[in-house]
Design a protein around this ligand. Structure first.
Ligand code: TNX
Length: 537
């Protein structure tokens, strides 16, 4: 009892300290906020804006895509329900004003200015995309928890911001394992939070054809029926694809459809035997799905191959000289072009190990013509440098600097996807539970510490469009697997795409990333808690 009495004052102090630390701090210094990607410039004015009772003012035309989007996000994040209004109120109380009109040219088409005062918030941009990115910044400034009065305070000041690169993307391979429309939407949603603007869908490969083509129905019906490991597979109807395009479009993300040609094509060869070439070398070791007696056969003339559920690459090829092959390619490109508003069509072109070189070159030349005739621009993996490409094509660099340099020398623009840095299907280290390591182990700092402009000596900044992080699907089964490999590397790659290289450093970035741990958790992201990052609890 005596001891207790003596300790009482101490207990009181401890309890008070505890209460003190439970109090949420009021953010007043905008420059201290952990934003990813890091903005171009931030100035603080030392006070705070109160979100409680705020409403959103936006022009009628952008009410849905910007106003309602922001309102829904604020409501999910805070439980507050801001009204969305299109005419200013006479006595505005804490208005978040979204202003899209041509003004400050230095912000470009994707930049924005975010001004926060004690009275209100203004996001202004030349184009809706810029305002959307301003909204993403604002969302990252909202505290994860309410203060004692149920309010959310935001530090005041001004952020002026615009991207370094126009191409900031990620690719998901839905061919090796199929992912549902809901999964792809979540993927799109997550990358949009880091201001990425490109979603590349690898729609076809040896193991599966994932998009309905009405004039060649077996492609999806038969060619989509399995996946790596022999599971059920699946495909998107054209209606579902349109739904994905619209969902991405509402987040200012362009969908890039990829039909991988002339190799990585077994799913089509299994569906239509007339497309098959005698050069196809169905792997003798592997995981076949089909009548056992034909195990991997179909190497004969015009015979459909078996479906394939293994992981070998580069062994299948379209038949070169047949008119039906080019009819197939034209039909597929035409049908997909009709439902793809974006200007790009990806024809793959990688790892055509069994396609004769002269056939390969002619194939790519012809694909280029077909894509152009459909009013689109051809993208291919860097191997397309071997064909007669020019400034009408885009090459995606992944492994060979020589191919990338050749493509640039021919006038093609380059997308940087160096496999040693941004192949997100690579393991973090030898303990990673899924992933490959043929290119490298890629820890979070490896994925961050590089610059597209200097990556390939001899390719200049003005020849580069930007950066894209592919996620190949051989080792992925579900959304948890996707998130484990994407996060936390993807936010760093988004920052490479957005923030000037001179303003980036791993030592400073890792602290901001550490502060995003709780934010990623709040979004339900199942990220890899890399020991390289000082995570905040
Ligand atoms: C290489 S990169 C591939 C893909 C595989 C990937 C696995 C490229 C253009 N082709 O077919 O899925 O490696 O990491």
């Amino acid at each position: 009892m005596k001891i207790f009495a003596r300790m009482l004052p101490l207990l009181v102090v401890i309890t008070m300290l505890g209460m003190q630390s439970c109090k949420t701090e009021q953010p007043t210094d905008l420059t201290k906020e952990s934003l990813i990607p890091k903005p171009v410039s931030v100035t603080a004015t030392g006070e705070s804006f109160s979100l409680k009772g705020a409403n959103i003012l936006v022009g009628e035309a952008l009410k849905d895509i910007l106003g309602n989007y922001l309102a829904a996000e604020l409501s999910t994040a805070t439980g507050l329900n801001p009204a969305v209004i299109t005419t200013p109120e006479t006595e505005p109380s804490g208005t978040i004003n979204l202003v899209v009109e041509e003004g400050d040219a230095s912000l470009g088409t994707e930049g924005y200015e975010l001004t926060i005062t004690t009275e209100g918030i203004t996001i202004s941009a030349n184009q809706p995309a810029g305002a959307f990115y301003g909204i993403q910044t604002l969302l990252q400034l909202i505290p994860l928890k309410a203060d004692e009065s149920g309010d959310y305070k935001i530090a005041t000041g001004t952020i002026r911001d615009y991207p370094t690169w126009s191409w900031r993307g990620s690719m998901l391979d839905v061919a090796r394992h199929f992912f549902s429309v809901e999964d792809v939407k979540r993927y799109i949603d997550l990358i949009s939070r880091y201001k990425m603007n490109i979603m590349h869908l690898h729609l076809t490969d040896d193991q599966g054809w994932r998009i309905e083509i009405k004039s060649w129905p077996n492609l999806a019906l038969h060619g989509g029926a399995t996946q790596v490991g022999g599971g059920k597979g699946g495909y998107y109807t054209q209606e579902q694809y349109k739904e994905l395009v619209a969902y991405a479009g509402a987040r200012f993300i362009t969908i890039i459809p990829e039909i991988d040609l002339p190799s990585h094509i077994n799913a089509a060869l299994a569906s239509y035997g007339e497309l098959n070439s005698p050069d196809t070398k169905f792997p003798k070791e592997g995981n076949y799905v089909g009548p056992l007696e034909t195990k991997g056969i179909g190497e004969g003339k015009d015979k459909p191959t078996d479906l394939y559920a293994g992981r070998e690459v580069g062994w299948s090829t379209l038949s070169f000289s047949k008119p039906t092959t080019m009819k197939f390619v034209s039909d597929v490109i035409r049908e997909l072009a009709e439902i793809t508003p974006g200007p790009y069509f990806h024809v793959g072109g990688d790892e055509a190990h069994v396609t004769k070189k002269e056939d390969y070159i002619e194939f790519i030349n012809q694909f280029n013509g077909i894509v152009k005739a459909n009013g689109m621009k051809m993208i291919g993996w860097e191997e397309i440098a071997q064909a007669n490409i020019d400034s009408n094509a885009i090459a995606q660099h992944w492994a060979s600097e020589d191919h990338a340099k050749e493509a640039a020398a021919k006038g093609a623009k380059i997308i940087m996807s160096p496999s040693k840095r941004v192949y997100l299907d690579m393991k973090y280290d030898s303990l990673s539970r899924i992933g490959y390591n043929w290119a490298a182990y890629i820890e979070v700092d490896d994925a961050y510490n590089w610059d597209p402009a200097t990556r390939v000596p001899g390719i200049n900044k003005d020849q580069i469009l930007g950066v894209e992080a592919p996620l190949w699907g051989e080792t992925l089964q579900n959304m948890t697997d996707i998130e484990y490999l994407l996060f936390p590397r993807l936010p760093g790659i988004a920052e490479i795409g957005w923030t000037p290289a001179a303003d980036r450093s791993w030592d400073e970035y890792k602290v901001r990333l550490g502060h995003h741990g709780p934010r990623m958790k709040a979004l339900g992201i199942d990220f890899y808690p890399s020991a390289k990052v000082p995570w905040v609890e």
